[in-house]
Design a protein around this ligand. Sequence first.
Ligand code: FES
Length: 171
Amino acid sequence: MLKIMEKIPADDPLNDPEQHAVIDQILEDNKSLPGATMVVLNELQGAIGHISPSMQVYVADRLGEPVSRIHGVVSFYSFFTTTPRGRHTIKFCVGTACYVSGINQIIEKAKQILGVEPGETTEDGLITLELCRCVGACSQAPVIVVDEEFLGRVKPNRFPKTIQDIKAKEA
Ligand code: FES
């Protein structure tokens, strides 16, 4: 474990005494429960805001699970993030209807404008891009979800306006 601890990035929650204490408390409170892995990961996502790679190793060690299992769970559910989410989130529906309606072109536009990939957050912490499954608005495809707001029939050339609107909210 010491070797693992030496590699923890300076800004990781495990290097913040307060956050480390929260992580330890969550592990302590839940480690004996049936299905402890999901409970612990859910609590950590809620309390810390993300589950960093170092946290995944730490949780695996404390729960006696392989790191690959923890990593598998974190990567599978879009609810979990490995870096802090931005102040705003743009989700791109990659369900079948949105896929055939060209969601990939919108995703490409977003990557080009913001310089980040889905799953990442802009350097200024403003926007996180995420992919999601069908959100039940297929007749409006392609669909994106900006924070809690659904936007349908999105066109690549109108996407920059979406970014401007988010920035305007911050101004
Ligand atoms: S596939 Fe995108 S809303 Fe259903």
